[in-house]
Design a protein around this ligand. Structure first.
Ligand SMILES: Cc1cc2nc3c(=O)[nH]c(=O)nc-3n(C[C@H](O)[C@H](O)[C@H](O)COP(=O)(O)OP(=O)(O)OC[C@H]3O[C@@H](n4cnc5c(N)ncnc54)[C@H](O)[C@@H]3O)c2cc1C
Ligand code: FES
Length: 308
């Protein structure tokens, strides 16, 4: 497997899915192609967006006007939603939400632009052989690395079954394509990003504007209570807001289901040096806790070890 490093990627496309969600496709060549061909779902990369231009003033959302002018001193961490190796080139797709100056600048990248990327970083998800069904549970932007995990598990071709749960406060917080407000409460192929791999999904919104009316964790619990599968055959892989992850880990713990959660922290170095991304973890066989670095030991942690 190739080591991590700093590579130049070329933008091959950058399109808005719908406000405020965009999809950026990067192309890596040579050593970068080798390194990113091995990018595991749940790993991340640090992008240098300091040279990207700001959008014109009329394209800057009102709520970001003040933040827009801030200098981008630090790289920003992103996972990938899809990775394809094609001969001596590797294409990586990044699903992003515009929340501040760096992601605002990201929207102006266009085909042919180059960007410096450090990666692959962190550990990624690990679905052990022998599991029969993987439950992907994502909240908001948290579904980005889960889309990549869906791709990788499908490529594994060992017959493992997969179901995706995607939640948000309202339909506007779901980072998917298509007519989302028409999604029903039923399990189906409503999310094309998962349907493309033959994976069924359940959508939940807190206000009922799409899919199940309620929290995605309630939707998960409801599904588990109607499932006849044995706990040891299941594994939950989750990514999303911390409160959602805490509840997913709690449900998994109560039902004795293996669970991996991908945590988000503000990151600076991304390689375990600056200590800015600490995660409090339980020390096995002890009442004590210890801090691990999200960028180095994570971002994916066993749901049982994190102190939420
Ligand atoms: C491992 C990892 C993977 C990520 N993958 C994705 C992804 O696939 N797509 C995506 O859109 N975003 C992803 N993010 C978040 C992304 O890094 C931030 O949205 C980005 O850095 C924001 O930069 P900005 O300058 O636009 O906004 P900033 O001004 O830096 O942030 C805007 C607001 O967003 C919040 N925020 C920003 N970064 C974080 C963070 N790391 N943790 C918690 N809150 C934060 C803060 O409240 C802040 O006020 C990921 C973060 C991590 C740690
Ligand atoms: S970001 Fe520096 S230690 Fe994690």
């Amino acid at each position: 497997m190739s080591d991590k490093g700093e590579f130049t990627a070329i933008v091959s496309s950058n399109r808005k899915i719908r406000q405020p969600f965009h999809r950026l496709r990067l192309e890596f060549a040579q050593e970068g192609a080798k390194a990113f061909a091995n990018f595991k779902p749940g790993q991340f990369a640090q992008l240098d967006l300091s040279n990207a231009a700001l959008p014109s003033p009329e394209n800057i959302p009102q709520e970001l006007c003040d933040a827009a002018g801030r200098q981008i001193l630090l790289r920003r961490p992103f996972s990938f939603a899809k990775v394809n190796a094609d001969g001596d080139r590797t294409f990586a797709e990044l699903l992003y939400c515009v929340v501040g100056p760096a992601t605002l600048r990201m929207t102006t990248l266009s085909s042919g632009d180059s960007i410096s990327v450090i990666g692959p970083l962190g550990n990624g998800y690990h679905v052990p052989a022998g599991k029969k069904k993987v439950l992907l549970v994502g909240g908001g932007m948290g579904t980005a690395p889960l889309q990549h995990l869906a791709q990788a598990l499908t490529d594994r071709d060992d017959g493992i079954a997969i179901i995706a749960f995607a939640g948000a406060k309202t339909v506007d917080g779901l980072p998917f394509e298509g007519q989302l407000d028409e999604i029903s409460q039923q399990l189906g192929f409503s999310l094309p990003e998962f349907a493309t791999y033959g994976i069924e999904s359940l959508v939940a919104t807190d206000d009922g504007s799409a899919g199940y009316h309620g929290l995605v964790t309630d939707c998960l619990l409801h599904w588990l209570e109607n499932s006849r599968l044995r706990a040891e055959d299941l594994i939950i892989c989750a990514c999303g807001p911390e409160a959602m992850l805490a509840r997913v880990a709690q449900i998994a713990g109560q039902k004795n289901i293996d669970c991996q959660v991908s945590l988000e922290r503000r990151m600076a170095c991304g390689i375990g040096l600056c200590q800015s991304c600490a995660v409090e973890c339980k020390v096995p066989d002890s009442s004590e806790t210890a801090y691990k670095m999200c960028c180095e030991h994570g971002p994916v942690f066993d749901g049982r070890e994190v102190v939420f």
